[in-house]
Ligand binder design. Structure first.
Ligand SMILES: NC(=O)c1ccc[n+]([C@@H]2O[C@H](COP(=O)([O-])OP(=O)(O)OC[C@H]3O[C@@H](n4cnc5c(N)ncnc54)[C@H](O)[C@@H]3O)[C@@H](O)[C@H]2O)c1
Length: 438
């Protein structure tokens, strides 16, 4: 049993910290956000993530998981410290490393016995040696430590499952001692024959960016294919389904939609492009994926405008789905933000509903109306834009929708509604490359 500290108790820190406590280790999650720690200590989770509440409760009750703001104690008690603070995108497209920098300085200051210090936050390739240098320079007592990188691949919405059953665990470490300690930390996965890969720090950092950028590329590619399908009268559903049957391609991340969002792909692709430029190279494919994604979000707004006869002014328009994907309350870089902004700028009366993300979106758009069900949100609306494929939107009855709308107009950016039923009910509708009857 190892004593583990997670610094940063957000989507990644909370899920991974809880997951590692479930492996049998004693985990302390620390954060500077006092409210968050207070709520966690009182059984209230700061994020929505399926299965997380139960896992937190179980491990807290077993005495393996606790939450604190006491950084000094959390650092001095640990065998392994994970850095899991945010690395948001700066104005210049670069990763903003100020939280990582501040944590690294604090760790160095308080370190007293040999500790493995592990970055789980996504940091630009090559940052590891910079972080290690900061720890070293504030470590006035010269306490020994090993610095390693352990990028995280979990997906919001299925984060608990992804963490407990990962495709692989990547450990970037130059020290065999540190790698052996990490093998112990991830022990149950090792027993379950999950692959635990030992690389250098810089290779581990590179694996993370290369993976995320590739997935973003895949999404942008299928979105462009969908747009061409629209022009040619082909059905993108069939195209992506059959493409996905080719083992070399795989069906995953091949679903057309309103453009990717979330806290990772937009910032990680921008940072990857920036890293390559700093090294005298261009990632032209990734640059294209970013451009395509921005255009796709604008394209959704244009589709909505077309459906609404060219303007939103004084029209009641409902946005269903605010989170960037289902099963999360994360709205960072969600396509729904671009949609709401355009509707508002155009003079529309915007109504919104998301099963988990109303509160998060209220912080961004306090002046639109929020509802507690799709039916309430759609009452007397002049049009509806579906932005997230929550299961409860998949189950929307088209007859019922027709009966409550003032005008039967719908933009289905996730291709979840039956085109056949929309046609039967005389809807004026659009979607993403899928205008053919199902
Ligand atoms: N969210 C994901 O799906 C995901 C997946 C893989 C990797 N990542 C990466 O993991 C990192 C964390 O992402 P996230 O989504 O969990 O971020 P987040 O914004 O949800 O959480 C970050 C947390 O760090 C805390 N924090 C900031 N400064 C601190 C400090 N000095 N001391 C203690 N706590 C501090 C914040 O209060 C916040 O609770 C990022 O680098 C991200 O790119 C995220």
């Amino acid at each position: 049993m190892k004593k583990i500290t997670f610094i940063g108790t957000g989507y990644v820190g909370l899920v991974s910290g809880t997951g590692i406590s479930d492996f049998g280790h004693k985990v302390t999650c620390v954060d500077i956000a006092k409210d968050k720690i207070h709520d966690l200590n009182n059984g209230k989770l700061p994020i929505y993530e399926p299965g997380l509440h139960e896992l937190v409760k179980k491990n807290m009750e077993a005495g393996r998981l606790n939450f604190t703001t006491d950084m000094k104690k959390a650092i001095q008690d640990a065998d392994v410290i994970f850095i899991a603070v945010g690395t948001p995108m700066g104005e210049d497209g670069k990763s903003n490393l100020k939280y990582v920098e501040s944590v690294a300085m604090t760790i160095g200051k308080y370190l007293r016995t040999y500790t493995v210090i592990c970055t789980k936050s996504t940091v630009p390739v090559g940052t590891g040696s910079w972080i290690e240098g900061i720890i070293r320079s504030s470590n006035k007592q010269n306490t020994p430590f090993d610095y390693i990188s352990n990028p995280e691949f979990l997906r919001e919405g299925s984060a608990v499952k992804d963490f407990l059953w990962p495709d692989r665990v990547v450990i970037g470490a130059s020290s065999q001692t540190a790698f052996d300690i990490m093998k112990e930390v991830y022990g149950p996965l090792y027993i379950n024959k999950r692959s635990i890969v030992h690389t250098s720090v810089v290779t581990a950092e590179m694996i993370k960016y290369s993976s995320n950028a590739f997935l973003a590329l895949k999404i942008s590619y299928i979105n462009e294919v969908a747009n061409l399908c629209e022009a040619l009268g082909a059905d993108v559903h069939m195209v992506s389904k059959i493409m996905g049957q080719d083992g070399r391609i795989s069906p995953k991340f091949l679903h057309p939609g309103p453009g990717y969002g979330g806290s990772c792909f937009p910032k990680d692709t921008e940072a990857f492009v920036d890293i390559s430029k700093e090294n005298g190279l261009r990632m032209l494919t990734v640059e294209a994926a970013i451009k395509t994604n921005k255009k796709q979000k604008i394209r959704m707004v244009d589709k909505m405008k077309k459906l609404m006869a060219g303007n939103f002014n004084n029209k009641i328009i409902t946005v269903l789905g605010l989170a960037f994907k289902p099963n999360t309350d994360d709205i960072r870089e969600s396509a729904s933000i671009d949609m709401i902004k355009a509707l508002q700028d155009g003079g529309g009366d915007v109504r919104a509903f998301d099963p988990a993300a109303n509160d998060a979106m209220r912080e961004v758009f306090p002046n639109i109306s929020y509802f507690n069900s799709w039916e309430e949100a759609c009452q007397n609306a002049d049009g509806v834009a579906i932005m997230t494929e929550w299961n409860e939107f998949r189950g929307i009855s088209i007859n019922r929708l027709k009966s409550i709308l003032r005008n039967p107009i719908v933009l289905d950016t996730r291709n979840i509604l039956s085109v056949k039923k929309l046609k039967e009910n005389n809807f004026s509708f659009d979607n993403v490359g899928h205008l053919i009857e199902r």
